[in-house]
Write a protein that binds this ligand. Structure first.
Ligand code: GLN
Length: 229
């Protein structure tokens, strides 16, 4: 189980989203507050952001708290759309940079919080690694993000124990699902944050109910119940 965060709004620095908040992903890498599975997220991290139409990524298989180079550069990385994650690898999964979210098909950046039996995932074309999250990301890219809700409901039907929280962005839109784990939304004056857990104690954070699809376009947030809920 991991923790993830996405931003859509005015240009802001990656550091202001990931490193600076009192309970941001940096702190969540060693002391998450709402994580139900796993104690900490020390098996890697990844930050993806849109630079115009280009999705750029920086991923690692090491703990986020030990990366002084990233901490030095992150204040200078500014974007209108960011997807970031810290990873707690599930038992038996590889620990390598390509197993860390965000995964990408060149158009979307996508993260998975959770666990799914790899045996129920149909073969997809271009998985970046052999961990469940990379295989699930490849399947979602194959089916298309417009089918995200249907894909999640279908995978859940085949693996009733699966936890399938997805968070994705394409530069102009964020999509997320809740299926077995926490997710919160913060509407700010300059944009919207969607995150596994609040990065501070602002009372404006709203919890997303389980088994929902979240869509963010501009400053509008839409919630739809998922099939099978
Ligand atoms: N099942 C995931 C993995 O090992 C666990 C991390 C996560 O929640 N994405 O890749």
């Amino acid at each position: 189980m991991c923790r993830h965060l996405a931003w859509l709004g005015e240009p802001v620095s990656v550091a202001s989203l990931v490193l600076d908040p009192p309970s941001g992903l940096m702190v969540q890498s060693y002391a998450p507050r709402r994580q139900k599975h796993g104690l900490m997220n020390a098996d890697g991290w990844g930050v993806g952001f849109f630079d115009g139409a280009d999705a750029r990524r920086w991923r690692s298989a090491s703990p986020l708290w030990g990366d002084a180079s990233f901490a030095s550069v992150a204040p200078a990385l500014r974007s209108t759309c960011v997807v970031a994650a810290v990873r707690s690898a599930s038992v038996g999964m590889p620990i390598e940079p390509s197993a860390s979210a965000p995964f990408s098909d060149g158009t979307w950046l996508l993260s998975h919080n959770g666990l799914v039996d790899r045996a129920v995932l149909p073969a997809a074309r271009h998985a970046e690694s052999t961990n469940d999250s990379a295989l699930l990301a490849a399947l979602i890219f194959d089916r298309g993000l417009d089918a995200l809700g249907d894909t999640i409901a279908a995978v859940a039907a085949d693996d009733p124990n699966a936890r399938l929280n997805i968070l994705a962005g394409n530069g102009s839109r964020l999509l997320a699902t809740t299926w077995g784990d926490t997710l919160s939304v913060l509407r700010r004056h300059d944009g919207v944050v969607v995150a596994s857990e609040p990065y501070d104690d602002d009372p404006a954070w709203d919890e997303v109910p389980d088994r929902h699809l979240v869509e963010v376009v501009d400053d509008r947030v839409h919630l739809t119940p998922l099939k099978g809920s």
